[in-house]
Design a protein around this ligand. Structure first.
Ligand SMILES: Cc1ncc(COP(=O)(O)O)c(C=O)c1O
Length: 142
């Protein structure tokens, strides 16, 4: 077992082992969401999230639209738009889910973007989950 994860010390008490990445994120969604709650996630996204978080948890996906122009990085405006859309549809937003390196784009989010997303999510009192299944497939940080 590694004692560090990309330079960040890992405490054995903070590790929970599951039998797959999807079952791990699904468990987190199940822990944090009631039926009909929303998990915000930037597009483009791994196709399986929506179905896998729906089957048991009945959690909805709120797409945070990104474009090639921003390098597929979510902007605060896009986060706000997705948040407001969920609220308008009568759903409580419980979580911001990120995935990097991203499937399908393969991209990493910039540190600036991560800070902005996490600051925004914390102001909204949202849980933050990051699927980093491909974290070991980084080449010089990209
Ligand atoms: C972003 C992402 N998360 C999760 C999974 C699924 O991981 P697992 O098979 O460990 O549940 C994949 C598989 O392609 C993936 O691309």
């Amino acid at each position: 077992m590694e004692k560090h994860w990309f330079g960040v010390p890992v405490d054995i008490e903070g590790i929970c082992i599951q039998n797959g990445c999807i079952s791990s994120t699904e468990a987190l969604v199940h822990l944090t969401c009631n039926e009909g709650d929303t998990v915000l996630i930037p597009s483009p996204l791994y196709y399986s999230f929506a179905g896998d978080w729906w089957v048991r948890c009945k959690a909805r996906i709120g797409i945070v639209v990104t474009t090639e122009a921003t390098g597929y990085e979510p902007t605060i405006a896009a986060l706000e738009a997705a948040y407001k859309k969920a609220i308008k549809n009568g759903s409580k937003v419980k979580m911001l889910a990120l995935n990097q390196p991203n499937n399908p784009t393969g991209r990493m989010l910039s540190t600036q973007c991560l800070i902005e997303c996490c600051t925004w999510a914390s102001k909204k009192n949202l849980h933050i989950t990051c699927d980093e299944i491909y974290a070991s497939s980084l080449f010089e940080g990209k």
